[in-house]
Write a protein that binds this ligand. Structure first.
Ligand SMILES: [Mg+2]
Length: 222
């Protein structure tokens, strides 16, 4: 039986086209230039390398440059959210219709998550936010952070569904037995690791309905 719906936050709870993450991304580069005093021309390559090697830019900065995570997280999320995102009544209705417990699992901070959930108008559906600090600053896609999440929820993976816009972050979830849902992948982008692909988070209702038709022997009837 499906017990938990685990949602990523950024570009899952609101659409990629909102421009919010581009604004955050610009502030990440600015932070590296202004606060860490890196030469602007090396920043794009470093960010790419850290993302590949450590999972997130912040993890690479922490390991190699002694990043002050609190200062960094405050700085990069200092953007006016409502310039980019707004209420999503369809998502609100979808979440209301689903009886499963719902949590957020994000590589951002709980403060950013709460602010985003408030603007989108869905904060009341989520009973907890597991943020970048939860797993000792080592977030997705480190497998250990998913194990800690399941421990905290006290639930086996097969009773959880995870919805994410980044396929790479779904693969550890699948490894631990969760049902994986990729939200709005880029055209031609990575979909490896996704059991389902949907266009927007509100479509999660279709996935849950479909799972309800999957019999205990694993066969699907619909
Ligand atoms: Mg995301």
């Amino acid at each position: 039986m499906l017990e938990y719906l685990v949602f990523d936050l950024d570009e899952t709870i609101y659409p990629r086209g909102s421009g919010l993450m581009q604004a955050v991304s610009e502030r990440i580069s600015l932070y590296m230039i202004e606060r860490i005093k890196m030469a602007p021309e090396i920043v794009p390559r470093l960010r790419h390398d850290y993302w590949e090697k450590y999972g997130t830019t912040s993890r690479g900065l922490q390991l190699l440059h002694g990043l002050d995570m609190d200062d960094y997280m405050q700085y990069v999320h200092d953007v006016p959210l409502s310039d980019y995102i707004g209420r999503d009544p369809a998502l609100d209705a979808a979440l209301r219709s689903l009886p499963q417990r719902k949590v957020i699992f994000t590589n951002a901070t709980a403060a950013h998550a709460q602010a985003v959930l408030d603007v989108v108008g869905v904060a009341h559906h989520f009973e907890a936010v597991f943020d970048v600090y939860f797993a000792g600053n080592q977030g997705k896609p480190a497998l250990g952070s998913y194990r800690r999440l399941l421990d905290a929820l006290d639930v086996p993976g097969h009773r959880c569904l995870m919805a994410e816009d980044t396929a790479r972050n779904l693969r550890p979830a699948r490894q631990l037995g969760m049902t994986t849902v990729l939200v709005a992948p880029l055209p031609g982008g990575d979909v490896d690791g996704a059991d389902y692909v949907i266009d927007r988070a509100a479509d999660i209702t279709r996935v849950v309905a479909d799972l309800g038709r999957v019999q205990p022997d694993g066969t699907r009837h619909g």
